[in-house]
Design a protein around this ligand. Structure first.
Ligand SMILES: Cc1ncc(COP(=O)(O)O)c(C=O)c1O
Length: 459
């Protein structure tokens, strides 16, 4: 490999920079590579969770402790992925560990009600004022599925309004590429952060529209916060036209006590939760006023049926309750968001320092790095860039001992320290000093796909 460098030792072009960082990655990680080759025999692409895949092959993480990950080649990394926000408590947090050990000691699968679902439900209802009653599920995808079918069953209407770029789970996804495995519901896809258009579409489709499902911040499509005016307009239009408003707070519920809805003072009809709510064990939840949720009361004639072997999995219930009660108190919640804001500010300061097309968006402890300076208010504003730029930053940071994601998403855990954040900031400072000039010159890729439907069309 011929490396092309300028007089100060910087790569002359993106290709040589990527080749170099990739070659270092491949040679440093033979055991991860071998693991990937073996996994491909029994798992499609060696993978059972699409977001875990990246080129040339993903690291195989074997162990973790605190905020440190250890891979099968024996390298250690500071964990800035935080399991895409589910890993709020870090690894083997003593309180979570204690709760899980107690659950194991007490036997696990009772096939019965237990005191533990009431404990976690009480804590969730106390934390989120719009949730009078809650039901647990096994994932955020399932929580959103339940919220949608609930809205359709309660309203007797079929149409569901969602937003371009939304991610509500593996089968409820509205990114740039078409999603052939989405749930076969009629979806009305509206542009995000466009209050006028959303209001118009809600009014126009009110007869058929069961609900509007919105993330207060679009997480997967780039940590793009919803404007307060936009989210308020959704509330007003839904109220005016008898449409249920569902906030997907699977990610954003961590950003403030009472979630993003509490921070903005906007009350949805239903809320969905997930990720950290189960203390790091698979979970989801949907909840709202008793008037809606009591339709699930099995003692009532005609109650909706919501089965699920693991809905009351005691590992999840006990870890989740211990976390909310003893660790992630409202004060800690505020402090974690402040750490996230400080990190985001520091990283955005680097963009100005280097004059690089670089910015970090997000809310509280969740954020995403973008290679552009223009403001981002929806996925439409994200300029398609050469994918190798993301690869360059991702593999560069791995090489420096920081575990982030290919798409630039990061979520802080409670065990990430100020020193960890300072270390990451320094590494990105060095990256911009060394490679910042390539961010501008990299060719723009043509959009990989068109929107699956024009805004406002139903699928
Ligand atoms: C906003 C949002 N909703 C729903 C989900 C789906 O949750 P799960 O992966 O637990 O199914 C996610 C997952 O990333 C999410 O970010």
């Amino acid at each position: 490999m011929a490396t092309k460098l300028d007089v100060s030792g910087r790569n002359l072009d993106l290709e040589s920079a990527v080749d170099e960082v990739k070659a270092r990655y491949v040679s440093a990680n033979p055991a991860s590579r071998a693991q990937y080759e073996r996994a491909k025999q029994s798992l499609p692409g060696g993978n059972t969770r699409t977001g875990m895949f990246y080129t040339p092959f993903p690291l195989a993480i074997e162990k973790a402790a605190g905020a440190t990950l250890i891979d099968v080649d024996g390298h250690t990394y500071t964990d800035f992925v935080g399991d895409f926000s589910a890993g709020l408590y870090g690894h083997s947090h003593p309180v979570i560990r204690e709760a899980l050990m107690a659950a194991l000691d007490d036997g696990m699968a009772y096939g019965s009600s237990s005191p533990y679902e009431e404990r976690l439900a009480t804590l969730v209802c106390a934390r989120f004022s719009s949730i009078e009653q809650v039901r647990f599920t096994n994932s955020g995808t399932e929580a959103n599925t339940m919220a949608l079918v609930t809205a359709r069953a309660v309203s007797g209407k079929d149409l569901v309004m969602v937003f371009e770029g939304a991610y509500h789970g593996g089968t409820i996804y509205f990114g740039r590429k078409s999603a052939p495995i989405n749930m076969p519901f009629p979806f009305l896809i509206a542009p995000y952060n466009d209050p006028e258009e959303a209001t118009r579409l809600i009014a126009e489709n009110a007869d058929r529209l069961a609900c509007v499902l919105a993330e207060p911040m679009q997480g997967a499509s780039g940590a793009i916060p919803g404007d307060v005016d936009f989210l308020r307009a959704l509330r007003e239009a839904c109220t005016a036209h008898g449409v249920l408003l569902i906030f997907d707070e699977v990610m954003t519920s961590r950003v403030a006590p009472n979630g993003r809805q509490g921070q903005l003072g906007i009350t949805p009809d239903l809320t969905t939760l997930g990720k950290y709510i189960g203390g790091g064990i698979s979970c989801g939840a949907f909840g709202g006023p008793a008037e809606i949720m009591s339709r699930y009361d099995p003692s009532k004639p005609g109650a909706f049926v919501h089965h699920g072997t693991f809905n009351n999995n005691v590992l999840m219930l006990r870890a989740g309750a211990a976390g909310l009660e003893k660790v992630f108190t409202p004060e800690v919640q505020v402090a974690l968001s402040e750490s996230g804001i400080a990190l985001r500010d520091a990283l955005n300061g680097l963009a100005a320092k280097h004059g690089a097309p670089f910015q970090v968006t997000g809310l509280g402890s969740i954020m995403t790095i973008h290679f552009q300076s223009e403001p981002l208010r929806s996925i439409r504003d994200i300029q398609p860039r050469d994918e190798r730029l993301r690869q360059l930053l991702h593999l560069y940071l791995i090489d420096k001992g920081f575990f982030t994601t290919r798409r630039g998403y990061m979520a802080l855990s409670l065990l990430i320290t100020e020193a960890d954040c300072a270390g990451l900031t320094q590494a990105i400072d060095d990256f911009l000093a060394h490679h910042g000039h390539l961010l501008d010159t990299a060719p723009e890729e043509a959009p990989v796909d068109v929107w699956p439907a024009a805004a406002g069309a139903t699928t």
